[in-house]
Design a binder for this molecule. Structure first.
Ligand code: SF4
Ligand code: SF4
Ligand code: SF4
Ligand code: FES
Length: 897
């Protein structure tokens, strides 16, 4: 410790000059000498160094000669200082490094033929580079392999004690799950306390291990590196959009690695604020669904009550006949469509074009409706911007981060790593406001546990405390005196004392958080599912905008109100116009100029303004009989929405239900036609991540069986319905998008955007703001003692990850309700005891298990599983402005069954 991170350009240190191999070099005082050398373009041998954390200095490879010293010095742990004269090459250094390699190999098992690292092992490379040939007398350690973890095996015979695994886990991920322990005469890496590994299972320790001491259980002995094809693509699980290397052998996905695996001493490095290149457990170990035996490989058509396999051609003929018949009999508004935000941008674009230009309906929606639309529509209303204003670099370099209603480690683990970086490197103050004891709260400077469902009331209090304490940016609010006056009067009757009782947040905490946020030069708010997926989500985002506005944080560089996207392409779904409100580019559907432009580009007439329907309205129209045919692409509303939505009745009323999906879902079981879609590994395209960065999705293998890319199926369908679409590839679609939305792709960089609230503040704000702060009772009425929440687990993502056998091994459906241990003790419940959970909508019996992340007074069930059907205890409230359904929280009673 004590070294300054050289890759942090903001590091506060004097600039110095030193000499490296006879050349004068400028550097920051006190950074690792290894980094300074690497920045000159010279890569010297190293095995225990990694630029993302402080050097450990154990391998003895990075030796250099420093003038004035007799013996070589380890450049990784040496601090650069003014006037140093350094030599990095020479026979003496070569021999000293060779000796270090020989020392490592003298206790290394040399089982390379069966080692997973064979062919990309740094020890092998070092031995080769230094001509080490005296390998015969290696002393065997005979340490039994530690196979207790569900994903990683530890073979300590191969360990070179470099500590990279321990350091990445402790410093970068701030999890600290590993340690050295002296066992059997050797220093071995073990899980903390020598227990079975219990961590986030991100696999970053595996990625940085320079040898084969840590191996991936799901890929072990399956490959030699040179047998595999590596494809760089974008993860399909969440909106973080991590870059991953998909390694395939024939038509099988063998393993997933990431830039972290190769990005260390070989000179490939990036500024740490832009990401360390690692993955989370889903990205690294969730690949087994891709070539799963349960994948659909053939179209299915309902015949005599059964789904039977049919060839594509026959299926398409039958389907087009049915669609044409329905359209001509009932009109275009008898058709609706839903699409998943796991599709690529090109497919989402094509979906809305198919619905509007092909079928002639604006009854279409995507899974962004489950929450992200609350943020998009509120942000668009307030600042004219339908996405987050800040990128990961802004987040990492923020001085203050308010994380509200977000269990960020579970939903967006790599965004969480950026917040950890903000804490670790940039010394950010982090305020967490959540109803759960989240992982990030454990690291935050200001962790606050609030009563579930009171996020909106917390924001009321923060706005009030800001005004009361004169923390307002006078210059900014002076530009809109009427708006500020209206806000002032709207919060006049807000009482911090009352809010303290309602939310559980002490009055002093409101004042302290308001002051931290207002006084910090770079303040970011990040709101998650507790805001955007809950009742009043739209209004609560607007309130956050109020807070940011009056403190001068709207539009200021490095500041802003942000959200996260849980599915990989929710932002893309909105940007591509897969919503009844928007054309591509988030252009308003009812804007005549825009309508003319798209009608011309698509050479078609468009569905009339006012005829559109979002997800909930579409389901209502199915149930009422207005919609007769529903085209569902990758969505599974039957498994997602609670029984009170009567989705089954709505779908059963349809004359035609078409489901296009890689798997036969619950919704698919009801369909008349099931079309086998391939996964993201079998097609090209792009995703837009939560920063607004457009990332490439690249085909890594051929489509499984007869499955086809979604864009391909839609093109065939459109042409059979009379369109003349000539797309031969995702590139052709991309070319059309580029013409309509110049600059959207922006070479993979997030387009710089500036939120501008002026129009809103001068037009409409004063009329709206009063209602926003009207004191309403807490959502869900506190009629029963426990708040039941449904939400995401780190290991899963929607229902898709439940098809990944590796992830199911790590986190199977226990079918149990998770509760705080104190509540369990109070109710006299043991782990596994049966309880009856009762809400106003019904009751069911299930087991209980203790969970230390669950706050007292709450209980939790993962949203990924429907067995038992906990979701059916939930009521649904639909946001009046955005149509976002909220159904993840209710008050329940829990009693021993
Ligand atoms: S898998 Fe991730 S969290 Fe677990 S020990 Fe390795 S680095 Fe740490
Ligand atoms: S397990 Fe690998 S990364 Fe960890 S100390 Fe051993 S060699 Fe280094
Ligand atoms: S953080 Fe999200 S995008 Fe990154 S690996 Fe995990 S699931 Fe994939
Ligand atoms: S001692 Fe410096 S890289 Fe290992």
């Amino acid at each position: 410790m004590g070294l300054k991170p050289a890759t942090n350009p903001d590091v506060e240190a004097a600039t110095i000059e030193l000499s490296i191999d006879g050349k004068s070099v400028t550097a920051k005082d006190g950074v690792s000498l290894y980094d300074v050398i690497a920045m000159t373009g010279k890569i010297i041998p190293a095995m225990c160094y990694h630029y993302t954390f402080d050097p450990f200095g154990s391998c003895g490879m990075c030796l250099v000669m420093q003038e004035g010293k007799k013996a070589p010095v380890r450049s990784c742990t040496a601090k650069a200082a003014a006037g140093m004269v350094i030599r990095t090459e020479g026979e003496d250094l070569f021999l000293a490094r060779k000796k270090a390699v020989e020392k490592h190999l003298s206790v290394h098992p040399l089982d390379c033929p069966v080692c997973d690292a064979d062919g990309h092992c740094e020890l092998q490379d070092m031995a080769f580079q230094h001509g080490v040939t005296n390998l015969a007398n290696a002393k065997q350690k005979f340490i039994p392999e530690d196979t207790r973890s569900p994903v990683l095996d530890f073979n300590m015979n191969r360990c070179i004690a470099c500590a990279e695994c321990i350091n990445v886990c402790k410093d970068v991920l701030m999890i600290d799950a590993l340690q050295f322990m002296k066992k059997g005469g050797f220093n071995q890496v073990v899980a903390k306390g020598d227990l079975a590994l219990d961590c986030e299972f991100c696999g970053d320790c595996l990625a940085v291990c320079p040898v084969g001491a840590i191996t991936n259980k799901f890929s072990k002995y399956l490959y030699k590196p040179w047998q595999m094809k590596t494809t760089t693509t974008t993860c399909n699980y969440c909106g973080d959009g991590c870059q991953l290397y998909l390694e395939t052998k024939d038509e099988e996905v063998v393993r997933v690695t990431s830039p972290l695996s190769g990005k260390n001493k070989w000179g490939d490095r990036s500024e740490t604020a832009k990401g360390h290149g690692g993955l989370c457990v889903r990205g690294r170990f969730g690949f087994e669904y891709l070539d799963s035996k349960s994948r659909l490989t053939q179209p299915l058509v309902r015949e005599g009550g059964q789904l039977v396999q049919k060839p594509w051609l026959e299926t398409m003929h039958l389907l087009v006949d049915r669609l044409t018949e329905i359209k001509s009999k009932y009109g275009a508004d008898a058709i609706g469509g839903l699409v998943t935000a796991r599709c690529t941008n090109e497919e989402l674009y094509l979906f809305q074009k198919l619905m509007r230009a092909g079928f002639g309906t604006n009854q279409l929606d995507s899974s962004a409706r489950y929450g992200h639309m609350n943020f998009v529509l509120a942000s668009k209303r307030a600042v004219g911007l339908g996405r987050t204003p800040n990128d990961w670099e802004d987040l990492t370099k923020a001085k203050t981060i308010i994380l509200i209603g977000s269990n960020i480690t579970e939903t967006n683990p790599l965004t969480a790593v950026r917040i950890k970086e903000a804490i670790r490197v940039y010394k950010a103050q982090v305020v967490t406001l959540d109803g759960a004891i989240t992982n990030i709260a454990k690291l935050a400077s200001h962790p606050f546990l609030i009563k579930p469902g009171t996020e909106g009331a917390v924001i009321d209090g923060l706005v009030k405390a800001t005004i009361d304490q004169d923390l307002v940016d006078e210059e900014i609010v002076a530009k809109h005196p009427h708006a500020f006056e209206a806000l002032n009067s709207a919060v006049e009757n807000v009482s911090l004392e009352r809010l303290a009782a309602q939310t559980g947040l002490p009055v002093e905490a409101f004042r302290e958080i308001a002051a931290i946020f207002a006084e910090s030069p770079r303040s970011i708010i990040l709101c998650g599912e507790g805001i955007v997926r809950r009742t009043n989500g739209y209004q609560n985002v607007l309130k956050l905008m109020d807070l940011a506005w009056i403190t001068g944080k709207l539009g200021r560089a490095g500041c802003g109100v942000n959200t996260v996207t849980e599915e990989p392409n929710e932002q893309g779904a909105v940007d591509m116009g897969a919503a009844p409100e928007f054309f591509p580019g988030q252009a308003r559907f009812d804007d005549q100029g825009v309508r003319d432009r798209f009608a011309k580009a698509w050479e078609t007439s468009l569905p009339p303004v006012g005829s559109g329907a979002h997800l909930i309205e579409i389901l209502k129209r199915c149930k009422s009989g207005q919609i007769k045919a529903l085209y569902i692409l990758g969505e599974n509303p039957l498994a997602t929405l609670p029984a009170s939505m009567e989705v089954r009745a709505a779908l059963e009323r349809l004359e035609l239900l078409v489901v296009q999906d890689p798997f036969l879902t619950d919704t698919g079981e009801l369909a008349h036609f099931v079309l086998p879609a391939c996964t993201y590994t079998e097609k090209d395209g792009t995703f837009t991540n939560l920063e607004g960065r457009v990332l490439r999705v690249r085909q890594a293998m051929d489509p499984l069986g007869e499955s086809l890319p979604d864009w391909h199926i839609m093109t065939a369908l459109a042409n059979a319905m009379g369109c003349r679409w000539e797309y031969q590839s995702a590139n052709d679609i991309q070319a059309e998008i580029m013409k309509l939305l110049p600059g959207y792709y922006n070479l993979g960089q997030p387009r710089k955007v500036v939120p501008i609230p002026d129009q809103y503040l001068s037009d409409g704000y004063t009329a709206e703001v009063k209602a926003r702060y009207q004191q309403t009772p807490p959502s869900g009425e506190h009629t029963r003692p426990f708040s039941l929440l449904m939400g995401q687990l780190l290991v899963h993502s929607g229902k898709l990850s439940t098809q990944a056998s590796g992830l199911i091994k790590i986190a199977p459906n226990t079918g149990k309700l998770r509760m705080n241990i104190r509540d369990m003790e109070r109710l006299g419940l043991q782990d596994g005891a049966k309880v009856r959970v009762t809400s106003n909508r019904g009751s069911l019996q299930l087991g209980v298990q203790p969970d230390q992340s669950i706050a007292p007074g709450t209980c939790f069930f993962p949203e990924h599983f429907n067995e038992p059907p906990v979701k059916d205890l939930m009521p649904v409230s639909v946001d009046a402005t955005t149509g976002v359904p909220s159904f993840k929280q209710i008050w329940v009673s829990v009693e021993q069954a």
